[in-house]
Design a protein around this ligand. Structure first.
Ligand code: HQG
Length: 193
């Protein structure tokens, strides 16, 4: 909907940020707990959203899930539970199966991290995995979230896979792996604007 406002008036972008908080990092901030696979009951999520933003219905939540720019959230088959498709900092098991990656993947970041990344490789930090993109354009957008000059690293995921590193593909097509040692990284040219 134009301007990202739904009929309840709650700005979908702010609700999406709140969902990231409660479905990825801190469910207790919404009075929730997640099951081991990261699912929360839709009714409980709606109650948490309403407590913070006022009126917000099941259809509003459906619109948010459908239109979210990175498809961050997904309903289960019955539509009664919702979870974040990736990006957690708390212990959930998304049940993703190891999957053969394409030969090259990309990671967008900022130049001030480069020396450290080339020394230690890509590390997952607080998240469960290192996040990798299928194309340079997406990686550029990820890197541009941070201040400073955006750089894109190309990851030799084919060689990593051959070496036994596991890769997982999230429901919203983010590639996940535990770490990327420096020998599999090189600076990619940024796509022309
Ligand atoms: C950097 C967003 C120094 C890494 C995006 C990144 C993504 C190092 C930052 C998702 C390092 C971690 C994840 C090292 C890694 N030395 N810096 N050795 N290794 N880093 O946010 O990949 O909007 O945890 O380059 O679209 O930026 O949340 O990871 O800059 O998919 O849905 O440490 O978050 O999605 O930052 O982003 P993050 P990310 P959402």
């Amino acid at each position: 909907m134009a301007g990202g406002e739904d009929e309840s008036g709650a700005p979908l972008k702010q609700v999406s940020k709140f969902l990231a908080l409660i479905l990825r990092h801190k469910p207790e901030a919404g009075g929730l707990s997640l099951d081991p696979e990261g699912w929360a009951p839709v009714d409980a999520v709606l109650a948490a959203v309403r407590a913070r933003f006022g009126a917000f219905g099941r259809e509003d939540l459906g619109e948010l899930v459908r239109t979210n720019d990175k498809k961050r959230y997904a309903f289960d088959g019955s539509g009664t539970r919702i979870r974040a498709s990736q990006g957690h900092s708390i212990g959930v098991d998304l049940g993703l199966r190891p999957t053969e990656p394409p030969p090259l993947l990309y990671h967008g970041t900022t130049r001030r991290f480069l020396a450290s990344i080339l020394a230690s490789g890509l590390v997952r930090g607080k998240r469960h995995h290192v996040h990798l993109s299928e194309d340079q354009e997406t990686a550029t957008i990820v890197g541009a979230r941070r201040a400073g000059e955006t750089i894109v690293l190309a990851v030799d995921s084919g060689a990593m896979h051959a070496d036994g590193h596991l890769f997982f593909l999230s429901a919203n097509r983010v590639w996940l792996t535990n770490s990327v040692p420096p020998e599999f990284l090189k600076l990619a040219d940024l796509p022309p604007r």
